[in-house]
Ligand binder design. Sequence first.
Ligand SMILES: Cc1cc2nc3c(=O)[nH]c(=O)nc-3n(C[C@H](O)[C@H](O)[C@H](O)COP(=O)(O)O)c2cc1C
Length: 353
Amino acid sequence: MKPFKIRDIEINPPLILSPMAGVTDYTFRRLIKRRGGVGLVVSEFISVEGLTRHNPKSKRQMHFDEEERPFAVQIFGGRPERMAMGAEMAEEVGADILDVNCGCPAPKVVKNGGGSGLLREPAILETILKEIKKSISIPLTLKLRTGYTDASINVVDVAKMAEQCGVEHIQVHGRTREQGYKGLANWDLIRQVKEAVSIPVSGNGDITTLEYGFQKWRESGVNGILIGRGAMQNPWIFRQFDDVLNAREPYQPDVEEKKAVLLEFFGMCLEEMPELPALGKMKQLAGQFTKGLPGGAQFRQTLYHSHSVQEILDNITSYFATLAERRVYGDGLVESEADLEITSCESGMGAKG
Ligand SMILES: Cc1cc2nc3c(=O)[nH]c(=O)nc-3n(C[C@H](O)[C@H](O)[C@H](O)COP(=O)(O)O)c2cc1C
């Protein structure tokens, strides 16, 4: 569990913020990076069809700040020449690494041959990787699921092929496309990939606690780990892993700091986007962030029905004041089972890559 290199780029600590469409934008990435412990951040997946047609949204998705480095742009698509053009554009804007999405299960993406659809077409993936290698000089990396269906698991073969094409880091989310987000990620398959190639391999899937993360890391022998959903619930998770790696007590933010981070995020959203999307982002993070906290489910219900910035801020202030009071009266800072039941009725998180 040491820092590793993707060519000459040191991933230190070996902890990666996993790309999440609609989540890991410029604002969220900086929020997480500022908490410490993150060795690499990745953009949301960006459509090369959009990029190469100069779609403003796709171009905006490549925007990043120096404080984010090392920074990877992740692209998706199914057409080799478009993928090569998109990769070139990422290099032009100054990305340190170009990552290819080979995992998104969304039907719209798969229908056009991209995302996990490429796992069904390794020959096309091979052409894509070779074309990209010809068009960029920054390192090329790949993010894979384990296979298209549970009956056609091919991640080890695909990883070997990718290594032959010059890919310099493989990241494996241990689920098939068929599995979606059900069940648990298969870390034994991740271990098999690590053993089959000599480039660095990072593992991904279901890490939300230090115990589980270190267990899977050790068992699979991977160079690094990626954390996605766990970072929305706990923006300090990377710092906590890094603390343990350096023989320190894992950092524990208090209620005041949690509130401050939410407010920092809201401030960034309001500066960087119009009010309506900013409200959506605030609700998204606040919703994830309070999972597991007492009264969290009720707070989330109130939040989803808030329609203005002021209303959201008022709700946050009163929720955190209640949390602080509970602390004074010695209530445990854990969400009760009744709270968690309400959580499961809440809406899902939309299209996932
Ligand atoms: C809302 C959401 C959006 C996602 N978008 C992407 C994406 O754009 N690119 C990608 O490679 N994976 C994407 N993923 C998959 C995550 O990067 C990660 O592989 C998966 O969530 C498993 O890791 P976790 O259990 O740590 O969340 C997405 C996942 C979620 C929940």
